[in-house]
Design a protein around this ligand. Structure first.
Ligand code: IPE
Ligand code: IPE
Ligand code: MG
Length: 228
């Protein structure tokens, strides 16, 4: 069976999950962490090599400050607890996005987690935090111009090396939960030939079986990449 090498997930619907239960929105974010644990495990079990999770977009700064602060502190406390386990499971953890704009404590634990898992050879787990696809392209141009990279030598491969995700392959499968069918500024450069899988399931309810269903659906797609 064709297994997607790189799965990217837009984890949506935390707020609606909480609302349905009469809970504050942040309860949905907290419950979303258990879904992250499940998809990480299921990705390992299904031989997925790259899993990228959209955790905070550059547009999410429009949310109330309290919710934003809750999200960052949730990321921080989760990483503190989970980094050793991720390392023990040979998982390589990366972060993409404008990391320098995040709270210092979160930046520190992000750096520590990347350093700790740097040499791991199992699942490549990437969190997109303060990530935007357009911002990624603009930041790449800023870096290459600072390096005096000759624009004449620019092609898709050389440009790709300036992206945050320079060591990640193109996305094979984008999954979005909670019924919305849009990209919301996620991995626009890397998803040009991705297959899309949309589900009504709200992120906190997303299970190992849901991931398996998406992978099975992907296996039935006929990818043509512009050819015949
Ligand atoms: C996704 O859930 C989590 C983030 C964007 C951080 P939402 O918070 O967007 O949940 P809904 O879309 O309001 O239900
Ligand atoms: C996309 O979800 C961002 C993340 C999942 C981190 P949003 O809930 O922010 O997207 P829109 O606003 O509905 O497009
Ligand atoms: Mg949403």
């Amino acid at each position: 069976m064709m297994v997607p090498v790189h799965i990217a997930i837009i984890m949506d619907g935390n707020g609606r999950w909480a609302q349905k239960k009469g809970l504050p929105r942040v309860a949905g974010h907290r419950e979303g962490i258990s879904a992250v644990r499940r998809v990480v495990r299921a990705s390992v079990d299904n031989n997925v090599k790259y899993l990228t999770l959209y955790s905070f977009s550059t547009e999410n700064w429009k949310r109330p400050r309290q919710e934003i602060e809750f999200l960052f502190s949730l990321m921080e406390s989760t990483l503190v607890v989970e980094m050793k386990t991720l390392h023990a499971e040979n998982i390589r953890v990366r972060f993409i996005g404008r990391i320098g704009q995040l709270p210092e404590k979160l930046q520190k634990i992000i750096g520590d987690t990347e350093k700790l898992t740097f040499k791991n050879t199992g699942l490549n787990l990437t969190f997109a935090v303060n990530y935007g696809g357009r911002q990624e392209i603009i930041d790449a141009i800023k870096v290459l111009s600072k390096m005096k990279f000759s624009v004449r030598d620019l092609d898709e491969a050389s440009f790709g090396r300036f992206l945050y995700s320079s060591d990640l392959p193109d996305v094979d499968l984008v999954i979005r939960t909670a019924g919305e069918q849009r990209l919301s500024n996620f991995l626009i450069w890397q998803s040009i030939y991705a297959e899309f899988y949309f589900t009504q399931v709200l992120w906190p309810d997303f299970s190992e079986d849901d991931l398996k269903r998406a992978i099975d659906d992907f296996a039935r797609r006929k990818r043509k990449f512009g050819g015949l």
